[in-house]
Unconditional design. Structure first.
Length: 335
């Protein structure tokens, strides 16, 4: 996995890279806390429905080519998470890789929808939307280039988004609720008005693409307090804003499960401790916390759903200072 693509994706998805400077550019409008004194913190629990490399075992890399071929454990975890959130009065916003809709049985996904949890578009093959060349879009297309024969990079990305919307309409019977880019980008879609416009054209008013840069940290089973402090300090850069095109950005809040477990080698207690700090930060600052995880990782790292239960408990015990919402609800407040 030494291609420029794999290295770039790895860096973007890991919490280990030597990070470039983050922060919002002069062209974007930060909309953080404190617009009105009574504003509730908005907590989102988001789960990306895809397979993840290095899970369930570290040597597993084939998922890079089959992101949407979800295994039974991942599907079961996704559904159970929805049921647990519902029982706690919570909500989970899912993002679905379109290829999973080729599977014979999608009852689990229908059930998640029937419980009232929104499901968004995460592209068909988990493509890299900032790609400059066709072969950079996905590992699958490096191995099987005939699948994208004659297509431009723009066509590959647009088709991958559109096919997911179509698959959801035809197989599930409803449209996607929002769009999340595969991989998170330190500067989101800044400077890529073409991709912003593509998403607007494809019917999306908001995107979740930004994953703010954090300082580098070394893998540690139990990270030290200074790492927690650094990560909490990045929450400010993970607040929603509007791009010049009018597209709304709802960043993913550091750190998600990839940065903590896959890259950081944290244990579960460390992750729970961090999540509690981050949710409490959002509550104190009347801000947004967009928790990002993957059932394909969490069924290994958190088989008893402790993280989701913790977030629901923290919000339920906040005396009305916080609410668990979908990313669409967060987008409404940004407007
Ligand atoms: Zn993803």
């Amino acid at each position: 996995m030494n291609s420029p693509l794999s290295r770039r994706l790895f860096l973007e998805q890991s919490g280990l890279a030597l990070m470039v400077a983050g922060g919002l550019s002069a062209f974007s409008r930060p909309l953080a806390a404190a617009e009105s004194p009574a504003k509730k913190a908005q907590i989102a629990i988001t789960l990306d429905l895809e397979m993840s490399r290095m899970y369930p075992t570290r040597d597993e890399m084939e998922w890079d080519f089959q992101k949407g071929n979800l295994n039974d454990e991942t599907k079961a975890y996704s559904l159970k998470a929805a049921q647990i959130a519902s029982e706690s009065g919570g909500l989970i916003h899912y993002f679905c890789v379109g290829r999973v809709l080729e599977q014979e049985n999608i009852d689990w996904l229908k059930e998640i929808h029937e419980l009232g949890h929104p499901i968004g578009n995460h592209t068909y093959d988990h493509v890299y939307v900032l790609a400059k060349k066709p072969e950079e879009t996905q590992f699958r297309f490096q191995r099987s280039p005939w699948l994208i024969e004659g297509m431009t990079t723009e066509q590959i990305i647009r088709t991958n988004i559109r096919k997911t919307t179509l698959a959801m309409e035809q197989r599930l019977g409803f449209k996607p609720n929002g769009f999340r880019t595969p991989g998170g980008f330190y500067t989101g879609l800044e400077g890529r008005e073409d991709i912003q416009q593509m998403l607007l054209d494809e019917g999306f008013s908001w995107v979740s693409s930004k994953y703010p840069s954090t300082k580098s940290y070394n893998p540690a089973d139990m990270p030290k307090q200074d790492i927690f402090d650094e990560l909490i300090a990045t929450q400010e850069a993970a607040q929603p804003f509007v791009y010049p095109t009018g597209l709304i950005e709802i960043p993913m809040s550091p750190t998600g499960d990839v940065g903590a477990f896959r890259s950081g080698f944290w244990n579960r207690d460390a992750f729970l401790e961090y999540v509690e700090l981050a949710v409490n930060w959002a509550i104190e600052n009347q801000a947004v916390f967009d928790f990002l995880a993957h059932p394909s990782i969490m069924y290994v790292e958190d088989p008893n759903f402790e993280t989701i239960k913790l977030i629901c408990d923290l919000v339920n015990n906040s005396n009305g200072k916080a609410e668990i919402v979908s990313l669409s609800t967060i987008a409404e407040r940004v407007q």
